[in-house]
Design a protein around this ligand. Structure first.
Ligand SMILES: C[S@@+](CC[C@H](N)C(=O)[O-])C[C@H]1O[C@@H](n2cnc3c(N)ncnc32)[C@H](O)[C@@H]1O
Length: 246
């Protein structure tokens, strides 16, 4: 137990939890608070029970329950996929492992800077940076027909604790993904991305509104109330560049 607490604390020091609260408190107090909350968190417990790789699975499950973005047969690009909980959800919902023989079989491609342990039904490209054009080229080669029906991004840069800087870096990650959407996303497709609310949020929402028929913000229950995290969901992609190959 002592060892696992040390590991959690070490990981916390590397990647500080991004909240809207003050970061001026001593790190030990912040770590203590995080640990207490983590150990009591019902989503952490549920993730263990349901064998999800982390609690974030419940964010995607809720978005999907409310908005039906995943269904059997769809091709999903999961950006920032490590450790793989969203991919687990996607594999089940699009029938990527062919678990339901009566339903169409989908495809899930996960990409992350970090290594991702194999998952039946998913293809992983890792370590790989989605902002690197070579990664996008490889993504196009791996996706059946060269395109995804759904782009998911739960990507997050390592948080510095400086809210405006972290916000800018995350918006920049989302924007880079939107830049490649014309080459990767199928017309009519869906785009779901994590953001940390801030000064550039409106700009990103406007960009989405120009390219998708419907856009909305979503705050799933598993996304902590005190966190500035909010997801942008855009459906019915309209902008197309280049030939569509399927
Ligand atoms: C919150 S985690 C994702 C959790 C994941 N959705 C799950 O359910 O298991 C954010 C991930 O984004 C990844 N990431 C950040 N920047 C990235 C980039 N430029 N390219 C690929 N992955 C990136 C990080 O390595 C990290 O694993």
């Amino acid at each position: 137990m002592a060892r696992s607490l040390k590991l959690v604390c070490a990981s916390l020091r590397r990647q500080r939890f991004h909240t809207s609260g003050s970061h001026s408190k001593g790190q030990t107090a912040a770590e203590h608070l995080w640990l207490t909350r983590h150990l009591r968190d019902p989503f952490v417990k549920a993730a263990k029970v349901e064998s999800y790789r982390c609690r974030s699975a419940f964010k995607l499950l809720e978005v999907n329950d409310r908005h039906q973005i995943l269904r059997p047969g769809l091709r999903v690009l999961d950006c920032g996929a490590a450790p793989g909980a969203w991919s687990q959800v996607a594999v089940r919902r699009v029938n990527a492992a062919g678990a339901d023989p009566s339903a169409p079989v989908g495809f899930v491609l996960g990409v992350d800077l970090l290594h991702i342990f194999p998952l039946e039904g998913a293809t992983f490209l890792s370590p790989a940076d989605v902002t690197d054009p070579r990664t996008i080229q490889r993504v196009r080669e791996l996706l059946p027909g060269g395109r995804a029906d759904v782009i998911l991004s739960d990507m997050a840069p390592n948080a510095t604790g400086i809210r405006s800087l972290d916000h800018d870096r995350l918006i920049s990650l989302c924007s880079s993904l939107l830049d490649v959407a014309p080459d990767v996303l199928h017309p009519g497709g869906t785009f779901l991305c994590k953001t940390w609310a801030g000064s550039q949020s409106l700009g990103l929402q406007k960009r989405l509104a120009e390219q998708f028929q419907n856009t909305r913000t979503v705050k799933p229950r598993a996304s902590r109330k005190e966190s500035s995290e909010v997801y942008l969901l855009a459906t019915q992609y309209q902008r197309v560049k280049g030939p569509v190959e399927d």
